[in-house]
Design a protein around this ligand. Structure first.
Ligand SMILES: NC(=O)C[C@H](N)C(=O)O
Length: 322
């Protein structure tokens, strides 16, 4: 018998639509009324939060991480399933993947259609997430996201569509596995995300997106006193318009950690171009290239690094660029 803990955090999976088509949280979670029974799985359910995922903070992620640690260390659970709103699901999944070491399965799922909508995907996604969490083959794969019969790694998965039930995708190389009616099939195992546990999640780290003709205005507005780091969504392989790159120098001179990712949906940023604002110039100036993650995950990674006590470029760069 496998013992699986289900942690409900809120999101559309636990919401309902009213007669006007407006979707909002319920006082009681409709997922708890679903009678899910498996011969070989013992389920324990807990409503840890009831939050739309745009309300989820890094502090909530920390609470979740500590709850999962307790479940594995002192409560003998074999796996954990987390239901979560889809808007920030990838951020929570990535936070857990970075702060918890690999081992027993941790699986996140959600829904694109609320509990009383036609074709609701919540119950089915929860069912498949439980199957994945109870499967011994799911261990040591890092945190997984299960939606629409696909299994994705927290490190790479991202929400790609506003409403479609197949919204979660891994742009670089597709899902790590899939579910059929009777089987769970893994195609490959993703490399391990470097792990760093934290007890706090302080820090002001905004994300700034680059665009054609970008000047330094947005960067110049940033108050150095209130800034712990910044993530830049740069152009293409990792480049910035020249004036913006000049303004970035003010932050670098003040030793503000600057992390760069590409605004491209697919691929990774690399220091290639040496023209003004080009990636190799930025790299030389001390910009860190967080490849293989998007901006929202790079931000979480930098906050984790800072809270784990990593300081200056020589300590931060190997972690951020891993
Ligand atoms: N499908 C969803 O769960 C979206 C919802 N706005 C949430 O993230 O809470």
């Amino acid at each position: 018998m496998k013992k699986i803990l289900i942690l409900h955090t809120g999101g559309t999976i636990s919401m309902a639509e009213d007669e006007n088509g407006h979707v909002s949280p319920n006082a009681t979670n409709p997922m708890n009324a679903v009678n899910m029974q498996f011969d070989e799985i013992d389920l324990v359910t807990e409503d840890i939060f009831n939050l739309p995922s745009p309300h989820v903070t890094l502090t909530d992620m920390l609470v979740l991480k500590n709850r999962i640690k307790k479940a594995f260390i002192s409560e003998n659970f074999d796996g954990v399933v987390i239901t979560h709103g889809t808007d920030t699901l990838e951020e929570t999944a990535f936070f857990l993947d970075t702060t918890l070491s690999r081992g027993k399965p941790i699986v996140l799922t959600g829904a694109m259609r609320s509990s009383n909508e036609l074709g609701t995907d919540g119950i089915y996604n929860l069912l498949t997430a439980i199957r994945v969490a109870a499967d011994s083959n799911s261990s040591d794969r890092g945190v997984l996201v299960v939606m629409n019969d696909e299994i994705h790694s927290a490190r790479y998965v991202t929400k790609t569509h506003t409403t479609n039930v197949s919204t979660f995708q891994t742009p670089t190389h597709g899902p790590v596995g899939l579910l059929t009616k009777n089987k769970i099939i893994y195609f490959h195992k993703d490399s391990e995300n470097q792990h760093l546990d934290v007890a706090t999640v302080h820090g002001n780290v905004p994300i700034v997106k680059a665009f054609a003709g970008m000047t330094g205005e947005i960067l110049d507005l940033l108050d150095l006193e209130k800034l712990d780091g910044i993530v830049i969504e740069a152009l293409g392989a990792g480049n910035l318009p020249p004036i913006a790159s000049q303004s970035l120098q003010r932050l670098l001179d003040a030793k503000v950690p600057v992390v760069l990712v590409s605004r491209c949906f697919n691929g990774i940023a690399e220091p290639v171009y040496s023209y003004q604002g080009g990636g190799s110039q930025l790299y030389e100036a001390g910009v860190m290239f967080a490849d293989e993650v998007n901006s929202q995950k790079a931000r979480i990674k930098l906050i984790i690094a800072l809270n784990a006590g990593l300081k200056n470029l020589s300590e931060l760069r190997p972690f951020l660029e891993n």
